[in-house]
Design a binder for this molecule. Structure first.
Ligand SMILES: Nc1nc2c(ncn2[C@@H]2O[C@H](COP(=O)(O)OP(=O)(O)OP(=O)(O)O)[C@@H](O)[C@H]2O)c(=O)[nH]1
Ligand SMILES: [Mg+2]
Length: 438
């Protein structure tokens, strides 16, 4: 349903800037633009205009653009005002727009309207939100790919196949009623099995897309005094955590943000693990364990001049990357728990480049490079998991009618990915070119 009100918002960032972009969308955009700019400019061309309020006082001289719908971002009539970027200019123009009948937009409302007007699907809208939030190169690539419709195309291909399977299944039911033999039921079920294994393979992506979107968590864990905080500071390039010769210095989780291999990484320094008497330290150790459990990757740090303790060995056995610190004091052991540790010294800087390279490699393995059409949100995973469950149901349903119901439910679940295609729309398309002689 088309929106009846006209909205405006500052499209550029708040605060002082050379240019501020005010955006308008909705049915009254044309009259409002004409009112403030002294007439409508030609469509989609920048024109320099004097903007005036209702009393005729000049507000600013600005570049204005007129975007008649439906070929606009939102699909509605819209406009842009490229103002001088001072807060007072922006405020004056905003009140003039409000006086002409527009209202301030809610967050995301322009893109919401674009979705409701069929200009983009839900995954593309999410891609645009991610593109605005992207902080690293790999995140930018992933967001752009999704905004360009990579996930939507995958969805369309699967939905098209599923709709055909459903059409076959329904034809099988009708032919059976007419007493005609057919293998349509068997074909539909085999097709469901093939589609299910394809979607399942896509779900088994190691949450790469989600990890890249959210960033990775790397926890530094180890015994007290192992040199964990010194390592965090060395990697961060600043004294983020307190370092001292006293065991049990770090009590809370200290986090720094890094970019490794194009992936945003939160590096968390934690309290040294030991049987602590002090209740503050005990709480710190509890937090350290919790952070490590949540982490995508754990660095198990031990000092090269002290044999690694059982807790460190245990984390290495669970897949943590062993790091031998303080190698300026003693050589690193060749292996601990069957794995060669990475030798580093926070004091001399030895081994830090190799550790950074290893972390970048792990980040790429865990989060990808943003170059594939991956699932980027839990809701994508939920929609596809439900689709898979219904497909399984369709394969094993005892009656063709039940298989047909399950396929219909699978199509509905899949449609939630893009929020765009209803089951009935797809069936119309399929039945239009699916001649079954009836
Ligand atoms: N020689 C040498 N000393 C180091 C190195 N890294 C850390 N140290 C020293 O080891 C001691 C402990 O360092 P921290 O970084 O505080 O160790 P930690 O693992 O964070 O200790 P807790 O927070 O108590 O668990 C300090 O006296 C550091 O100066 C290193 O690479 N070489
Ligand atoms: Mg510490």
């Amino acid at each position: 349903m088309a929106a009846t009100d006209t909205i405006f918002a500052l499209a550029s960032g708040a605060g002082r800037a050379a240019v501020a972009v005010m955006r308008l969308s909705g049915p009254a955009s044309g009259p409002i633009l004409a009112g403030i700019a002294g007439g409508l400019p030609p469509p989609r061309r920048a024109s320099l205009r004097r903007l005036r309020d209702a009393e005729g006082a000049t507000l600013d001289r600005a570049l204005v653009l007129w975007f008649p719908g439906p070929g606009s971002y939102t699909g509605e009539d819209g406009a842009e005002l490229h103002l001088h970027g001072g807060p007072a200019v922006v405020a004056a123009v905003a009140s003039a727009l409000a006086a002409l009948g527009a209202r301030p937009a809610e967050p995301g409302e322009f893109t919401r309207r674009a979705f409701l007007n069929g200009q983009l699907d839900l995954t593309a809208a999410e891609g645009i939100a991610d593109l605005i939030a992207a902080e690293t190169e790999a995140q930018r690539r992933q967001a752009l790919r999704q905004a360009d419709g990579a996930l939507a195309r995958l969805h369309d291909e699967w939905a098209g196949r599923l709709a055909r399977l459903l059409a076959h299944q329904e034809a099988a039911i009708e032919f059976a009623e007419d007493g005609l033999p057919t293998d349509l039921d068997a074909r539909a079920r085999a097709g469901a099995a093939a589609l299910r294994s394809e979607i399942t393979a896509h779900l088994a992506d190691g949450r790469k897309g989600e990890r890249l979107r959210e960033g990775l968590l790397v926890a530094i864990l180890g015994a007290p005094n192992a040199g964990k905080s010194s390592l965090l500071n060395a990697l961060a390039g600043r004294e983020a955590a307190i370092v001292s010769a006293r065991a049990g210095t770090t009590r809370d989780v200290v986090e720094v943000r890094l970019v490794l291999g194009g992936v945003p990484v939160t590096l968390a320094d934690t309290a040294g693990l030991r049987e602590a008497a002090d209740e503050i330290e005990q709480e710190g150790i509890r937090r350290a364990r919790r952070r490590a459990e949540e982490a995508d990757l754990v660095l198990a740090v031990f000092a090269a001049d002290v044999a690694p303790d059982a807790v460190t060995l245990d984390w290495v056995a669970r897949g943590a990357v062993p790091v031998a610190s303080k190698v300026d004091l003693a050589p690193a052991p060749a292996a601990i728990g069957g794995t060669a540790p990475l030798p580093v010294s926070a004091l001399t800087g030895a081994g830090l480049d190799a550790l950074r390279a290893r972390l970048a490699e792990e980040a790429a393995r865990l989060a990808g490079s943003g170059d594939a059409a991956l699932l980027t949100r839990p809701r994508h995973r939920a929609a596809l998991s439900e689709t898979v469950a219904w497909l399984e149901e369709a394969e094993s349903a005892p009656l063709p009618e039940l298989a047909s119901e399950a396929l219909r439910a699978a199509l509905r679940a899949l449609g939630r990915l893009t929020g765009r295609v209803g089951v009935e729309d797809l069936l119309d398309i399929v039945f239009r070119d699916f001649c079954i002689g009836k």
